[in-house]
Design a binder for this molecule. Structure first.
Ligand SMILES: O=C(O)[C@H](O)COP(=O)(O)O
Length: 201
């Protein structure tokens, strides 16, 4: 059965500094690189041999993917596409998350960060993010799964949340509670019809 493994990139500099990042291209920290190696160990433990990998146009995801593949000793074709980028955080990009909560209030910040359909000012909601991520999944990733390929996707908190929402069939209410840790693989066993058979988390 084909495998789909989703990984959020390891800790980035702005994760470490607690700043909204979105489309800003920041590097991994040393901790983020260690998380990528740890992700590879978990994948190794499951004995998965990947056939293809997908990542975003942003360095933190590309570097995490490169570390994972190198640690696994696997060389596969890599497809990089901005469709898998982090959600654009609009005017929040660059701001410290605690400072933003002081300015707009915890409740408003939570709505911008976790609701399905409320975009931050000049940014993307999760729904808007899903409108670029899911067609990309349908065009490319699911085609590979249907061919029986094992697929590794290394992307971002919110691009991966939109994929998990689809795969786990979560509602807009349920997705509010979905948090994805950096560098922790979510592994799905899929059918060739692209239905989830089993999830290892
Ligand atoms: O872009 C960011 O700031 C993070 O990668 C994801 O942030 P969030 O957890 O606030 O959605």
């Amino acid at each position: 059965m084909p495998i789909l493994a989703l990984v959020r990139h390891g800790q980035s500099l702005w994760n470490h500094e607690n700043r909204f990042t979105g489309f800003v291209d920041v590097p991994l920290t040393e901790k983020g690189r260690a998380e990528a190696r740890q992700a590879a160990q978990s994948l190794q433990g499951l004995g998965i041999k990947f056939d293809v990998a997908y990542t975003s146009a942003l360095t933190r995801a590309q570097e995490t993917l490169a570390i994972i593949l190198e640690s696994l000793g696997q060389r596969v074709p890599v497809i990089r596409d901005a469709a898998l980028n982090e959600r654009h955080y609009g005017d929040l990009q660059g701001l410290n998350k605690e400072d933003a909560a002081k300015r707009w209030g915890d409740e408003q910040i939570k709505i911008w960060r976790r609701s399905y359909d409320v975009p931050p000012p000049n940014g993307e909601s999760l729904e808007m993010t899903a409108r670029r991520v899911l067609p990309f999944y349908d065009r490319g990733i699911s085609g590979d799964l249907r061919l029986g390929k094992n697929v590794l996707v290394v992307a971002h908190g919110n691009s991966n949340r939109s994929l998990v929402m689809k795969l786990d069939k979560l509602t807009g209410e349920q997705v509010i509670g979905l948090e994805l840790a950096t560098g922790v693989p979510l592994v799905y066993e899929m059918s060739k019809e692209c239905e989830v058979i089993k999830k290892h988390a």
